[in-house]
Every structure is written in C-alpha cells, then in structure tokens.
Design a protein around this ligand. Structure first.
Ligand SMILES: Nc1ncnc2c1ncn2[C@@H]1O[C@H](COP(=O)(O)OP(=O)(O)OP(=O)(O)O)[C@@H](O)[C@H]1O
Length: 260
C-alpha cells in the first residue's frame, strides 16, 4: 500500500484539556518539524505516530494513514508499520562489513538494484566528512559515519515511507542535506528539533506545550533563507572539525566565511 499522508487527530494535553490543534495532516515529501520546551511532549507525539495510536495512549490521539484507521495487522506488526526512526544515539552493533550489511538489508527488503551498495555509500559520504568504505566493519564507524549510513540506508533501501527523527543536531552529519535527501525520496519526514537550520527548513512546524499541540507555524520564505545561511555556517564548522580531526592547525584565515 502506498502511504501518501498521515493524519494526527488531536487528543488531550497533560492537564486533560483538548489540544488546540484538532487535526494535522502531513503529506509525502513534506518535512514537518516538532518544537517545544523540554518536557512539552515532543517525544510523546512521535511515539504516538510510531505506535499508530488509536486513542489508546496517554494523549488519546488517533493516527490515520491515507485518511483511514490503519489495519490491526499494521498496528501490531512492527514490520508492517513501515515507520523508520532515527536518533543521534543510535549505533550499529552488528559485526559485519558495511557492504555485507547493505547487501543483507537490500535482500531482506527485496531490493534487487544493481550498484545499490555504491549508491548508498556515495550518498552517505555526502553527509559525513569522514568517508566510509565498503570493507569497513560497522562497529568501527564513528557516530557521524553511522548516522550518515543510516540516513542513506533509510532513503534507498528501507521501504518505510514515514521517517521520524529525534534530534539529530549533534549527530555529526550534514543535517540539512540529510533531511533533503529523505524528503527527496518521497518520505514523510517528521523531525523533533531546536536547531534553527532544521526547524526552518521544514514546511511547517507544530509547537508543543504541556503535552499538547498548540499551534502550527508555516515556514516563511524569509525563514527558509535564514536556514540556508545558517547551514553555510554549520558546514563551515563541520569542515573546521574535520581539520582538527586530521591533526591540522587552524589560522585566523580559516574564519573567513564567504558572504553570509
Ligand atoms: N498529552 C499528554 N498526556 C499525558 N502525559 C503526557 C502527554 N504528553 C507528554 N506527556 C508526558 O510528559 C512527559 C514529557 O513528555 P516528552 O518526553 O514527550 O517531552 P519532550 O518534549 O520530548 O521532552 P525532552 O525535550 O526533554 O525530550 C512524559 O512523561 C510524557 O509521557
């Protein structure tokens, strides 16, 4: 089944009051942000979506797929749910090479595409400053390399049309490019973030307060420009980090940022 949109039907906040946002639909290819203070209920919202809640969680929210209540099979069986989650704490544990893992994953998902391993590694290497090679063991990958590989893997192999991302701001990858990559593969992307680069590249963001969805903010064209400029600063910081990592020295000349 093609998943074209998900709808969140509002429930109750922590005080048991109805949420201000009664209904929210996110479509394929859209990047949607979730913002809010600590403890405001961001993770809870993402977890309602992950579980395809049907009024059976704390918030009493309901999640619809393509406007309909998802089947019991889809709700009970995580393999049928087709929702991928990414967070900055995830790491690979399997003792196998990058190539072995990707081939195994592609096979298990029925992806039989020539050159799929190279495609994923190339995409991943666009997101990290430290290139990944096919014969690297998964367990030696750095945090940034692991996350880059996960993002590229979700984009190309995993057929999960819904991707939930919990704070990847410190994941050590080019986050802007990572989100664009996922959205470009026609995913519904929901991202919890306080990072202006990410929050402002979404199309819309929901503001969480006291466990409830209180407001939906549409990103303006000006905000998107702010995001792009902040992204230049971010990538510049990333390149400085790479220099340090490779034992190089920095000078004041390195601080010249092309016109912001
Ligand atoms: N609608 C709700 N009804 C009842 N309890 C809720 C609701 N939303 C969130 N909670 C509870 O409030 C607590 C904080 O929520 P949550 O962890 O989702 O916040 P958060 O915004 O992700 O916080 P952080 O930024 O610290 O990760 C949790 O114990 C959660 O179960």
């Amino acid at each position: 089944m093609d998943i074209n949109e998900i709808t969140i039907i509002g429930g109750y906040n922590k005080n048991g009051e109805l949420e201000a946002v009664k209904e929210l639909t996110v479509k394929k290819g859209e990047i949607f942000g979730v913002v809010g203070a600590t403890g405001s209920g961001k993770s809870n919202l993402i977890s309602d979506i992950e579980q395809l809640a049907q009024g059976d969680t704390l918030s009493k929210r309901k999640i619809l797929i393509n406007g309909e209540v998802p089947s019991v099979g889809m709700r009970r069986d995580p393999r049928k749910r087709r929702i991928a989650q990414l967070s900055q704490n995830m790491n690979f544990l399997a003792d196998m090479t990058v190539e072995e893992f990707l081939l195994m994953h592609a096979k298990s998902r029925g992806v039989d595409k020539e050159g799929v391993v190279d495609e994923i590694i190339n995409l991943a290497n666009n997101l990290t400053g430290e290139p990944i090679k096919k014969d690297y063991n998964l367990t030696i990958l750095s945090g940034g390399q692991s996350r880059s590989l996960m993002v590229a893997d979700v984009a190309v192999i995993s057929d999960s049309p819904i991707v939930l991302i919990d704070e990847i701001e410190n994941a050590g990858i080019k986050k802007h490019e990572a989100l664009e990559l996922l959205a470009g593969y026609g995913k519904i992307v929901m991202v919890i973030t306080h990072d202006p680069v990410l929050a402002l590249m979404t199309d819309r963001r929901v503001v969480m307060k006291n466990g409830g969805m209180t407001e939906i903010i549409e990103t303006t064209e000006e905000e998107k420009k702010v995001s792009a400029k902040l992204n230049n600063i971010d990538n510049w910081m990333l390149s400085m980090r790479e220099k340090i990592r490779h034992g190089e020295r920095l000078s004041l000349n390195d601080i010249v940022i092309e016109e912001l």
